[in-house]
Design a protein around this ligand. Structure first.
Ligand SMILES: NC(=O)c1ccc[n+]([C@@H]2O[C@H](COP(=O)([O-])OP(=O)(O)OC[C@H]3O[C@@H](n4cnc5c(N)ncnc54)[C@H](OP(=O)(O)O)[C@@H]3O)[C@@H](O)[C@H]2O)c1
Length: 258
C-alpha cells in the first residue's frame, strides 16, 4: 500500500501537511519525537478520513534514526511514494554564541536526517518509477541570514541538494520540490528563542505553505515561494548587491533587533 511519510508531523507546517494529505485520502507515516501528539493525529485521521496512519516516534538527532524509519516502513509493508522532509529547527543568535550541542542538533535534523531519509527511500521510488519529495527549505536558504547563520546554511544545503535531485530524477518519474517559505505562524520561533514580535514581515498561516507546495508539485516547480512578498524578495535579489541582500535578510528576521 502507498504511503506519504512526513517528518515533523507533530505540529506546525508538518502537521498541516498531514491534515491536508489525510483530507486528500493519503495513507500516512507520521514521524517526530512527540508520540502522544502523533498518536492523537493518527486516531483523528483514521476515524474521520478513513486513511491508514502509522506512527513512527524517532529523534532525528540520532544518526541511525533514518535507517530505523526505513526499516519500520518495510516491516509495515508501507511503500512510501511521497516523502515530506519537514522536521527542522533553528536557534536565534550570533554564531559565536551557539552552544555546540545545539549546532550538532540543527545540522543533524535539518541536513543529515533529511539527506539520509531521501537516500534511503529514493531507490524504491525509482524502482516504481513514481514518487514525490517535498523538502522544506526556507527563504533563508537564499542567503546567509545574520543572527540565523547556521540555520540559513542548513536550508541552503536543502535547497542545493533539492535542485540537483530535481535534475537527476527528472527522467525517472520522481518530482522534487524545494519549498521556501518566509515567516509562518507556528511555535518555531519560540522554540528557537527568536522573538517573533520583532519580525519585520507579516506571518503567513501554514495552510498557505501547504497549498503552495502541492500546487508546485503538480506544476513540476523546482522552487516554491508561497506568497507574493516572498516572490518580490526573491526578485529583488537580482537588482541589489549581495551585501544589501544579506543586510536586508538580517533586518527582516530582526534577531535581537539588529
Ligand atoms: N515557521 C517558519 O516561519 C518557517 C519558515 C521557513 C521554513 N520553516 C521550516 O519548516 C519546517 C517546519 O517548521 P515549523 O514552523 O512547523 O516548526 P515547528 O512548529 O517547531 O515544528 C518542527 C517539527 O520538527 C520536529 N522536530 C524537531 N526536532 C526534531 C527531532 N530531533 N527529531 C524529530 N523531529 C523533530 C518537531 O517534532 P517534535 O518536537 O515532536 O520532535 C516538529 O514536528 C522546518 O524545517 C523549518 O525550518 C519554517
Amino acid at each position: 500500500m502507498l504511503f506519504t511519510l512526513i517528518t515533523g508531523a507533530s505540529m506546525g507546517i508538518g502537521e498541516a501537511f498531514a491534515r491536508e494529505f489525510a483530507r486528500r485520502g493519503h495513507n500516512l507515516v507520521l514521524v517526530a519525537r512527540s508520540g502522544d501528539r502523533l498518536q492523537a493525529l493518527a486516531e483523528e485521521f483514521q476515524r474521520h478520513r478513513g486513511v491508514e496512519v502509522l506512527v513512527c516516534v524517532e529523534d532525528l538527532v540520532d544518526a541511525e534514526s533514518p535507517a530505523r524509519i526505513y526499516a519500520f516502513c518495510r516491516r509495515q509493508s508501507a511503500d512510501v511514494d511521497m516523502l515530506v522532509n519537514c522536521a527542522g529547527l533553528s536557534r536565534a543568535g550570533d554564531f559565536d554564541d551557539m552552544p555546540l550541542e545545539k549546532l550538532e542538533e540543527i545540522m543533524m535534523v535539518n541536513m543529515l536526517a533529511m539527506a539520509r531519509l531521501t537516500r534511503l527511500f529514493l531507490p524504491d521510488m525509482i524502482a516504481r518509477r513514481g514518487g514525490s519529495i517535498i523538502n522544506v527549505a526556507s527563504l533563508g536558504a537564499l542567503q546567509g541570514v545574520p543572527g540565523l547563520g547556521l540555520y540559513s546554511a542548513t536550508k541552503a544545503f536543502i535547497l542545493t541538494l533539492s535542485e540537483a535531485l530535481y535534475a537527476e530524477l527528472k527522467g525517472k518519474g520522481i518530482k522534487v520540490v524545494a519549498l521556501c517559505p518566509g515567516f509562518i505562524n507556528t511555535g518555531f520561533f519560540e522554540r528557537a528563542s527568536h522573538n517573533r514580535a520583532n519580525l519585520r514581515l507579516p506571518m503567513s498561516e501554514t495552510g498557505v505553505v501547504v497549498e503552495a507546495a502541492i500546487k508546485g508539485l503538480k506544476n513540476n516547480r523546482l522552487r516554491v515561494f508561497p506568497t507574493l512578498i516572498d516572490r518580490v524578495l526573491v526578485f529583488s535579489q537580482r537588482v541589489v548587491s549581495r551585501k544589501i541582500v544579506i543586510w536586508l535578510a538580517g533586518f527582516l528576521a530582526a534577531v535581537d533587533d539588529r
